[in-house]
Design a protein around this ligand. Structure first.
Ligand SMILES: *Cc1c(COP(=O)(O)O)cnc(C)c1O
Length: 464
């Protein structure tokens, strides 16, 4: 058929809308979505005809393309995925999963009115800070605390509140970039503080800070280097020494602690990380951290510190711009409550439970999962288990190799990259790692229910 006849044979939008199968589609999906999908499909076919790649148009094929497109448009963009990577605080996959009690708390306040800024006893206006302040103080020993949108905004308001128009001294070894373009010098500039760098990349001494002090100094800042380590010939000034120096000159000290560790992780077999409580005990005026990294809660930033510092930050004009909504506050409060009993926190906060699970436990689950895949999928894959390492992720514990056992799936009828891509496009999407000719599935970041979904998805792909 020549191009003009092909173009004339394209079905008309109105005519397609009259078909029973398309009408049925418009019963369950918004009509505008269906008409958009028809137009997009017909436009794409017209382009294919004009570029000479399409030589035949069948109405049924057009309709099935429309149905596929409408169904794709109906899938929520932000939705659940299965994380089989073994990276626990996976930034691109939403960092921490919430504990069941935190999920319940979110659902409760989301669908109802709440005590967000209401004091039931007095019947008067309350403070949204009240829901988490006492808990943070109890868990860290701080005099006062507040929570904001994320740790980046916690650092921003801390710098703006303590050092705007003044100089803030920071070690060159701590001028780091944390994933997703949080750069200490950039945040410093936005806060209105003037950054004064001291020391070198690998070594900074207390005397470096001392020599940089001027009448304009407003803050001594310490930044946890999180995703980055300087090893070898290195020296960093302790927070305690900075606090002494600040004390002698009446200059406050702030620490950006990063991950939000509330418990000494060594008791669960993980590497040592300074806790927020240790920084408070060392005398920091303000300590900031994330809510959704090692703390295991929702995206949030916590600022704990001296009473007068926090009181001023609560009144800072930025506070309103970076305040938390009720759903996040509910999740944060419920997560912090679990920490009142550390063993319960370890059991119920998924991030802590996953990080502290033993290699033996992972081996048992990997063997079972491998067996189930082999049983369900016949000879479509060669399935085995292998020793590997899980990661904390999110820039936390970068040097920690967490021993694990993974399921290794070697596809026999497609390439490994194709299997990985098809798993990603499954519903729900399954995100896995590739190593050489195998797809690796780490049970550490999976629930048992998700393991069953992976078996079903692999079985479906084996049959197709
Ligand atoms: C992660 C991190 C940040 C940024 O925290 P967000 O909660 O992602 O905004 C800032 N500083 C340090 C040291 C970090 O580790």
């Amino acid at each position: 058929m020549d191009t003009q006849s092909l173009l004339r044979s394209l079905p008309k939008v109105d005519k397609l809308l009259e078909r029973a199968d398309i009408a049925a589609l418009a019963e369950t999906h918004p009509r505008s979505v269906v008409t958009d999908a028809i137009r997009e499909t017909v436009d794409a076919l017209r382009a294919d005809i004009l570029s000479g790649v399409l030589h035949e148009v069948g109405e049924d094929a057009v309709v099935s393309a429309v149905i596929t497109l409408v169904e794709r448009k109906g899938v929520r963009s932000l939705r659940r995925v299965i994380n089989a990577t073994g990276i626990v605080v996976h930034t691109n996959l939403g960092r921490s999963r919430l504990a069941p009690s935190a999920v319940d708390a979110v659902a409760e306040v989301a669908g109802s009115y709440s005590t967000l800024e209401y004091d039931v006893e007095s019947g008067e206006r309350g403070s949204r800070h009240s829901h988490v302040e006492e808990l943070i103080c109890k868990l860290t020993g701080a005099e006062a605390a507040m929570a904001v949108n994320n740790n980046a905004s916690a650092v921003l308001i801390g710098l703006a509140g303590l050092a705007r128009g003044k100089e803030a001294i920071v070690s060159r070894g701590q001028l780091v970039e944390i994933g997703g373009s949080f750069r200490v010098p950039d945040v410093m500039r936005e806060s209105g503080a003037t950054m004064v760098e001291v020391g070198t990349t690998n070594k900074t001494h207390l005397s470096d800070y001392e020599k940089a002090l001027t009448p304009a100094t407003g803050l001594l800042l310490k930044v946890h280097t999180s995703n980055y380590r300087v090893v070898g010939f290195t020296e960093e000034v302790t927070l305690g020494d900075l606090v002494s120096l600040g004390g002698q000159h009446g200059i406050p000290v702030m620490e950006d602690q990063g991950s939000g560790v509330l418990v000494d992780l060594r008791k669960w077999g993980l590497p040592y990380e300074p806790t927020v409580g240790e920084s408070i005990a060392a005398g920091a005026d303000a300590v900031t951290c994330s809510g959704d990294k090692l703390l295991g809660g929702p995206q949030a930033g916590i600022i704990a510190g001296k009473w007068h510092v926090i009181a001023a930050l609560k009144k800072h004009p930025l506070a309103r711009a970076i305040r938390l909504d009720k759903m996040t506050l509910a999740a944060l409060e419920a997560t912090l409550r679990l920490y009142l009993d550390e063993e319960r926190a370890k059991r119920e906060i998924p991030t802590l439970a996953m990080l502290s699970a033993s290699k033996e436990a992972m081996a048992g689950r990997a063997v079972r999962l491998a067996d189930e895949i082999a049983r369900a999928c016949g000879d479509a894959y060669l399935v085995g288990t292998a020793e590997d390492v899980s990661r904390a992720g999110g820039g936390s514990l970068p040097m920690a190799d967490i021993p694990t056992v993974v399921v290794a799936v070697m596809p026999q009828r497609m390439s490994v990259t194709e299997l990985e891509a098809r798993l990603r496009c499954a519903e729900p999407p399954i995100v896995a790692r590739i190593n050489a000719d195998r797809v690796l599935l780490d049970p550490r970041t999976l629930t048992l229910g998700e393991e069953a979904e992976i078996v079903a998805a692999l079985a479906a792909l084996a049959g197709s």
